[in-house]
Design a protein around this ligand. Sequence first.
Ligand code: ZN
Length: 200
Amino acid sequence: MSIESASRCGPGEIAGHSFDEFREMIRQFHGSEAPGLLIGGFMVALALCNVEEGKFYDAICETRSCLPDAVQLLTPCTTGNGWLKIVPFGKFALTLYDKTDEPHKGVRVYLDAGKLKDWPEIYAWFFKLKPKAEQDRAKLTEEIRQAGTSILTVTRVSVKDEFAKKAHKGKTGVCPQCGEAYPLKDGETCLACQGNMVYV
Ligand SMILES: [Zn+2]
């Protein structure tokens, strides 16, 4: 994606949207107002404010939960178009990086546990200290609104070239066991027929 929005870095703003507008976008897209997605919005916004304008950026999320939806809502990067990659480390961090020029310079943003001492509800949510039923959702949302980007840390990174390159799928063949097409690099039969069955 090309960054044109770097000027839109107003306090409390999420990539050109107000906090309440973003809450509505989340409800429509994600189905519920997930706290991780609210914070994720600020994370994407902060990353966007810290990259150079006019270059093409891809995204990395280091967790499958919530953050990929923030990237998909606020940038043209999706897992489907391959501009968003997920590395499932279970870490609440995301990176935008220059996909064309080497080194692939980027900006990594993470939720910084060391910055949560003034935000008890966010702390309790992040470290899963309370069962969902005991969470004070209104207070949590308000803390997220007030904290904004102050609970985040930005670092400069360079992404490995082999990771930044588009992965080639290789040749496709027909699996002799199930008769469906599959990537030949997976072996003699498709991965499902090799025992990785999802269905009973
Ligand atoms: Zn098969």
